[in-house]
Design a protein around this ligand. Structure first.
Ligand SMILES: NC(=O)c1ccc[n+]([C@@H]2O[C@H](COP(=O)([O-])OP(=O)(O)OC[C@H]3O[C@@H](n4cnc5c(N)ncnc54)[C@H](OP(=O)(O)O)[C@@H]3O)[C@@H](O)[C@H]2O)c1
Length: 264
């Protein structure tokens, strides 16, 4: 770790690198938005062999998401993390960790009958998790400065509530999807219950809400870039799934929207 930090000769330089990473993520969000207008993300029902050999879905989720947990853990435990004694930083770091403990250590082992992940999708997700894990937690643990009473500020409180509601919606919706299949089944059914009564991409709406809340509470270009990138990727999945359901199921609920209840 010390070798890594010695490459960045000053804290100003590292902060500048973190800021550049966030702006690059915003640029990638714009490029991804344009790309996804023409191409489905190659996974699940849209998986294609042209994006590399298939990786077992549980292995893919576990391995690709693990860096999002391990990189931040190493940063907090083994590097000078000057701001981890402050309450706003502690809460934001805890919000991030709660999500990734569930996503990397629990979610992969609950998947039922998921399609293999093409290697390209797996590799991109793996790199993203390292990149974003470093950017979010290095900033929060060592650089982010909040006023002492930030946790009672309306931005933090609203952001925290959005994050919690979004996380619960995401976990609940993934639970509904999982239970559509009996053990051994791999086909698709119409999801019902929870936010699926309103939108086809309820799990995606949950995750978009979650990271939007995190961005509001964190008030930084780093958390904002992550929220925008997530929105671009997951809104496109929700729209693709919605169109796919309408084409596949004649009896698909006509008043259900893609990912914004009553609107879109
Ligand atoms: N933060 C980010 O940038 C990001 C990016 C990607 C994903 N995620 C999160 O990761 C989670 C999974 O994402 P995903 O894109 O894989 O979600 P998904 O396409 O909704 O699939 C989730 C699981 O449910 C199954 N499934 C979906 N619809 C089904 C249906 N109608 N009937 C039966 N089974 C169904 C899928 O099986 P198949 O594999 O067979 O399709 C898969 O195992 C979500 O919570 C999402 O928010 C986050």
């Amino acid at each position: 770790m010390d070798v890594l930090w010695s490459l960045l000769s000053s804290e100003e330089e590292e902060l500048c690198v973190l800021d550049c990473m966030a702006h690059f993520m915003l640029l990638m969000a714009a490029c991804t938005f344009v790309t996804l207008l023409f191409e489905h993300v190659p996974y699940g029902r849209y998986a294609s062999s042209k994006y590399g050999f298939p990786v077992n879905v549980r292995v893919a989720w576990f391995v690709q998401e693990l860096p999002a947990l391990l990189v931040p853990l190493c940063l907090v435990v083994w590097t000078s993390s000057a701001k981890t004694s402050r309450l706003p930083n502690q809460l934001l770091i805890a919000m991030y960790f709660l999500h990734y403990v569930q996503r990397s250590l629990i979610y992969p082992f609950l998947i039922r009958g998921g399609k293999p992940t093409p290697f390209a999708s797996f590799a991109l997700a793996f790199v993203f998790c390292i990149y974003n894990g470093y950017m979010q937690i290095r900033y929060l643990s060592h650089y982010a400065e909040y006023p002492a009473d930030w946790v009672t500020h309306p931005c933090f409180i609203t952001g925290f509530v959005l994050w919690l509601v979004g996380w619960l919606m995401n976990v609940h919706s993934d639970h509904i999807l999982r239970n559509l299949r009996k053990p051994g089944e791999t086909g698709y059914k119409i999801p019902t219950g929870g936010m699926f009564e309103y939108v086809s991409g309820a799990n995606f709406l949950g995750e978009i809400t979650e990271w939007a809340g995190f961005a509001l509470a964190g008030h930084s270009v780093h958390s904002t870039a992550f929220a925008i990138f997530t929105m671009v990727v997951l809104a496109s999945r929700a729209v693709a799934h919605h169109k796919w359901y309408l084409a596949k199921f004649e009896d698909y609920p006509k008043n259900r929207k893609a990912f914004i209840p009553f609107l879109f």
